[in-house]
Structure formats: structure tokens, C-alpha cells
Design a protein around this ligand. Structure first.
Ligand code: CTP
Length: 424
């Protein structure tokens, strides 16, 4: 292992509040911490800016690694900063890490550690270590560069800087993907966002690990049998990926590398995901749910990824809706239907608007009518209020309810046909 240590004189870290860093450094010295360093995305992005003139964004979060107890140091920082400057303080005892929000910047303070994955995809077992060993356990060499706050030097033991120069994503060790397959999703996200590519070695590792997927848990096994830690991490990484601006090219990367096999065989060969996700974003529903809707087994996948219950329900209802629209479409009876009949059919089934939205994203037969319901018809109310009807002699009760419903349906039927709530 060769170690490059050089002064960071021309590295632009202007997004990192220097007074905070000075304070953390001073408290670390007082607390007998051997070393405290900035690691991960902030260092990578500063080097990207320096080498390729990539515009520098204000950091959303900052990762700090401590050779010593992160918790002890965090407690001192908390005391010195007080409630005004420190708005969150969450301790994760298992990993000796502390998440803090310091002056609107989210800071993760972690004790440097090595990780052992007893079985693939599970949470690792950890032991405290030195900073370089901590860098070695990470995902990509570009994320394994540190700036030592005491010496101001950059530590780049795995040639991350040269990978940044070549825009290459290189795993740090040969079991990286087997230990944590979500790193394929991270790679797809970085490749799209930073305009990088997996190195040929990294591509080989992805292929050979995916060939063995899903290890000790097979298709048809109960979803809960999937390692829960992996399911949660996978969902979080997918959400991050679909949330970022370059989601389209990230998902293209993932599919190109075979990474959608982590989710479902159908998704690996799916050619309609772009339309589904674009529509989901416009309709304001979860893009991940829309992605999953195209899987061979959407409900199983949603349960395996531990999607929130309402999203799992929406996927299940979507299957009912698909059945319904396919039947109606086959019989052609819908051709005679007034708009109100679509409303009755949807509303009598009590399908949630999000479930209808998923069917729209999928482009089921007559999806444009479902879109009319979703965007306009469902929001309409009777043009005559209950109060006016009572004034006209109606008695409060079920009959009045029926009349309000009829008035609403009449108003919907009188809408012109080209009323399009939004273009998708
Ligand atoms: N990490 C890892 N394996 C994972 C997740 C994270 O090795 N599955 C390591 C990486 O070294 C990463 C660091 O933990 O740099 C922090 O993770 P995260 O906050 O997710 O990434 P950032 O470094 O902040 O980079 P970005 O936010 O740009 O993705």
C-alpha cells in the first residue's frame, strides 16, 4: 500500500464552516483523540473541483472519522456548542457513531473501525481501528480519501485521487459488492452524477457477485427471509438514486450492469421504467413504487424492500385496477360509459388515488380516463351546497347525500371531453 500525504493548500473547502472545524479540532486535542479527519463525499467533491473544475456544491453532510471515541468527543462538542448551534444529537451505540446537526450542517462523527461481514448483505460486526483501516473498509477508492484536521494533510492510501483524475469507480477490495450489494446502486448513482464509470475490474466484481445472487435466499422464499439490513439499505439507496437529478442515467447504468437483478428479473429487462418514473414524479407519487410496479412480482418486492404499508397497499390495489380496466377494455362496454360511470366504478371500489396513479404510470388501457378522474373528476363536488338544498326543502339524511352525489355526477358528465388535467 503506498501512502500519499501532501498539503492541501489549494483544495477548496469553503463549503465546510472553518470555525466549526477549528472548534472540533480544539476539542479533539483536549479529548486525547489521536486523529480526526474529514472523509467521504466532501473530500471527493473538493478534489473533483480541483482536478476537473466541476462546480462545487454546498455540502449537505459532512463525515468525520475519529481515532478514539466519537461519542466522548461528540459530548464535549455538544456542551461547547449549546442548544442554539446544535439542533440534533443521535447516538448509534453499536457503531460508536453520532449524528449531529451543527448550524444546519448534518455531521456524522464516527469512531474509525474495521468491519467484518459474517454473511453477505447483513450488518457488519465492527472493531475500532486506525484511520487507514477505516478507509479500507469503504466502497470506492474515490470515497476513501481523508483530510487530517490536525496536520491539514490529505491521506490517500488507495490512490483515490488518480481514480478521480480518470473518472473511475474502483472498489476497495474484492468482496466489496458481496459484503454490501447496495454498492452497485451507489456506483450507478455516482457514475451518473459525477460522470464516472466503473473500472473494468469493478465491472467484473459486479458481474461475478450478481451471478451468485441471491446467495442463501431464493425466489419463492418468504420476503422476510431476505436480510432485513440489506433490504433497508437497498431501499434507501434506490430512493436516493431516483431522487437525484441524473436519475435516468443512474438507472440506465444499473440496468446495463445487471444490477436490477437485485430487485426482480422482470425489472432487469423492463423497457418502460422511464415513462413510469417520469409520470410518478409529475403525479407526486413515490418513483420507487412506480419502478416496482413494473416488476414480475411487485407485491413480493415491495414487501422485501419494506416499503411503507400505504405504498404496498397501493401496489396491491393497482393489480385489482389493472384487472378491472383489462376486463372493461375487452368487452368494449366502456365505449358507452358516461364519465360518471368511471367515477362510480373507481369510487365504489374505494381505490386510493395513489393506486390509480400507479395504473396511470403503467399506461394501462384507458389510462387517460383514469388520469381525468385523478386530476379533475375526483376533486369535483356538487355545484349546489347541502345548505342550499336544505333551504330548498331537503331533509338532512341519506336522501340528501344521494342527491348531492347525483348533482356531482351530472356536473362531471357535463364537462367537455377535452378537459385534460395535465399532460404526462
Ligand atoms: N459507505 C460505504 N458503503 C456504503 C455506504 C457508505 O463504504 N454502502 C461509505 C463511503 O465511504 C461514503 C461514506 O460511507 O463516502 C459516507 O456515506 P454517504 O454519506 O452515503 O456518502 P457521502 O460520502 O456523503 O457521498 P454522497 O453523499 O455524495 O453520496
Amino acid at each position: 500500500m503506498n501512502m500519499h500525504v501532501f498539503p492541501d493548500s489549494d483544495l477548496d473547502l469553503s463549503g465546510v464552516p472553518s470555525d466549526l472545524m477549528r472548534l472540533i479540532k480544539a476539542q479533539a486535542r483536549k479529548s486525547n483523540v489521536n486523529r480526526v479527519a474529514i472523509v467521504g463525499g466532501v473530500v471527493r467533491d473538493a478534489l473533483l473541483h480541483q482536478i476537473h473544475q466541476t462546480p462545487l456544491q454546498k455540502p449537505q453532510d459532512l463525515d468525520l472519522v475519529v481515532e478514539g471515541s466519537a461519542y466522548s468527543l461528540a459530548k464535549v462538542i455538544k456542551k461547547v456548542l449549546g442548544k442554539e448551534r446544535l439542533s440534533a444529537f443521535r447516538v448509534h451505540k453499536d457503531y460508536d457513531t453520532v449524528e449531529m446537526v451543527l448550524e444546519n450542517l448534518s455531521v456524522d462523527l464516527a469512531t474509525s473501525r474495521v468491519e467484518v461481514y459474517k454473511s453477505p448483505g447483513q450488518n457488519p460486526e465492527i472493531t475500532p481501528s486506525g484511520l487507514v483501516e477505516d478507509l479500507a473498509r469503504r466502497d470506492f477508492t474515490v470515497n476513501a480519501i481523508a483530510i487530517d484536521l490536525f496536520t491539514q494533510n490529505i491521506l490517500d492510501p488507495f490512490n483515490g485521487k488518480s481514480a478521480i483524475k480518470n473518472r473511475q469507480l474502483e472498489f476497495l477490495h474484492s468482496r466489496s459488492v458481496a459484503d454490501d450489494p447496495t454498492r452497485i446502486v451507489r456506483g450507478a448513482r455516482y457514475a451518473a452524477r459525477l460522470n464516472f464509470d466503473l473500472s473494468s475490474q469493478a465491472k467484473k466484481q459486479v458481474q461475478s457477485t450478481l451471478n451468485q445472487w441471491p446467495w442463501d435466499w431464493a425466489k419463492g422464499d418468504p420476503p422476510k427471509q431476505a436480510p432485513p439490513a440489506l433490504a433497508t439499505r437497498l431501499r434507501q439507496e434506490l430512493e436516493l438514486m431516483l431522487d437525484q437529478e441524473a436519475w435516468q442515467s443512474a438507472l440506465e447504468n444499473l440496468q446495463k450492469w445487471g444490477g436490477l437483478l437485485l430487485l426482480d428479473n422482470g425489472l432487469q429487462v423492463d423497457i418502460c421504467w422511464k415513462r413510469r418514473i417520469r409520470r410518478a414524479k409529475r403525479l407526486g407519487i413515490s418513483p420507487l413504487t412506480a419502478l416496482i410496479a413494473g416488476a414480475n412480482e411487485p407485491r413480493e418486492l415491495a414487501s422485501r424492500l419494506q416499503l411503507p404499508m400505504h405504498q404496498q397497499r397501493a401496489l396491491a390495489e393497482n393489480l385489482e385496477i389493472q384487472k378491472f380496466v383489462n376486463q372493461v377494455n375487452l368487452s368494449k362496454e366502456y365505449l358507452q360509459w358516461p364519465k360518471s360511470q368511471w367515477c362510480r366504478a373507481i369510487e365504489n371500489n374505494n381505490w386510493h388515488p395513489d393506486s390509480i396513479a400507479i395504473s396511470i404510470c403503467l399506461g394501462v388501457p384507458n389510462w387517460h380516463l383514469l388520469l381525468q378522474w385523478w386530476g379533475r373528476w375526483r376533486l369535483m363536488i356538487s355545484p349546489i351546497s347541502p345548505k342550499t338544498l336544505i333551504e330548498q326543502g331537503w331533509k338532512p339524511g341519506p336522501e340528501l347525500g344521494k342527491e348531492l352525489e347525483n348533482l356531482r355526477y351530472k356536473a362531471i358528465d357535463s364537462l367537455s371531453n377535452n378537459a385534460n388535467p395535465s399532460t404526462l
